[in-house]
Design a protein. Structure first.
Length: 174
């Protein structure tokens, strides 16, 4: 049995996500499965990874911003405190804050680096694969279709670039 059901994590956000719900949900599930693969078959901390996965990009919708790392983190930490998992705050914060880091966030088996790599694999449609066989990602994408996720990211990124050309991708970290 899963430590935290994804449906229960998504439920408060279904209306906010609107037409993007399936696209984002599939992205979250792909990231979690990629994390499991990169971790060697078992997540280092299933609760922290599930919460971070659901909340890592949520600020795009909850706060209507492409500068979403802080709002996403704040909402995830709130959930942790409300549901008796305050001890996971530091890890979930690091997972969310570092998931768009361009350079490594630690050794390959570190939790934050596993999450970072998994998100990069999915966001790049498997082009940045960190040694994961391309067929593995293609199969995952067949099972959990894109459903417009990448198109939506391009749309939101384009809008941000037009309105704030001095800061088109504020979520990137070096």
């Amino acid at each position: 049995m899963d430590p935290i059901d994804l449906d229960s994590l998504f439920k408060p956000w279904n209306r906010t996500l609107g037409k993007d719900r399936t696209a984002y949900r599939n992205h979250v599930e792909r990231v979690l499965r990629l994390c499991t693969t990169l971790a060697g078959g078992e997540l280092p901390d299933p609760v922290a990874f599930r919460v971070a996965a659901v909340y890592h990009d949520l600020g795009i919708w909850s706060d209507e911003t492409f500068d979403y790392l802080d709002p996403s983190t704040t909402r995830a930490v709130g959930w942790l405190h409300e549901h008796g998992h305050a001890d996971k705050t530091d890890l979930v914060t690091a997972l969310i804050q570092q998931h768009h880091k361009v350079t490594a966030a630690g050794a390959a088996r570190d939790a934050v680096e596993i999450f970072r790599r998994a998100d990069w694999i999915d966001v790049s449609l498997g082009l940045r694969n960190f040694g994961l066989p391309r067929g593995h990602y293609r199969e995952l994408l067949r099972e959990l279709p894109d459903a417009g996720f990448h198109r939506r990211l391009l749309e939101l990124g384009g809008r941000r670039a037009l309105t704030r050309p001095w800061s088109p991708l504020p979520m990137f970290r070096w």
